[in-house]
Design a protein. Sequence first.
Length: 322
Amino acid sequence: MEQQTNSSQTCKNCGRPIVGSFCENCGQKAAQISPSPTQYPQQVLHAPSKQYAPSKGKSKLPLVIAVIVVVVCLIVAILFILVLSKEDDEVLEMTMKEFLEDYEDTDSDGNIDKLKSFDSGDKVIISDKVAGIMYEKSYDLTIIYCESTEDYKIELPIVLKGNQTDSYGIGDPITVTWHIKEYKVQGITIEYPEELFQYASIVMISTTTTTPIMSMQWIEDEEVQGNYTGSIVVLTYSDTVYLDDISVVVEHAENSQSGTLDNLAAGGTIDIGSFTLSYIDLTPVGQLGAEDVFKVAGGESGDSISFIYLPTDSIMYTGYLT
């Protein structure tokens, strides 16, 4: 008797039809056999292959932003340091008049002593034009006065080493750098340019010598060649300088002439040919001071004017017309 094929089942192991309780091909028990595909036509016998979503790599954008932020911060920090450094190293530039106007009398004693814009150790650039120039042979220094202070109540000269009269002329621009230092003179503390202090002071340079030392400026008349006006800029002495203690010696065209200052104050003159020196003694009368005025007519470049202090028979000043 033929065994009846169980057409409703197929062997799960080999896929052959089941006959009876066992698969004739592989001997698998019917209990372990899956239903026939005809019974479950939609069943997929083979497991589908795994599908993976595309790999999403970690974004680099946050890292890039962080790097940019760090770079920007570094640039800002460097610029900030450079700006501060520039401000620290910045040197103010001003005219001579602006520099003098920067002074103030901080203790109300009548003497200007402090600079508003500077401290000891600072630098200042003085930029101006030449209004007067002379070479002081006795000191081997060139004294230059600036245009900005021609009509100002106070004047300070620019002092250069050696004879610089061939390098500068009236109206030429001039620029120098001064270093501010603090000095104490006769119990008064003052901030003053180092380059100028050893030569002159506003009113307070002390002296241990018995001969007064002074500085003058001679300005030529713009309309009349050979006419000069002279004035005392600095006079250093611990006491009053009287006119009868001073003799004036003039050298012009290889000739020399002298006279006493009190004689000049009385209306006298020193004459050498076409050269004439006169003097106006203003209050306080009988004393030499910055208020007094000297006049030269017929002067020439190279003429010298010297002041002799008679009590010590020493030179107070020698200046040259330019």
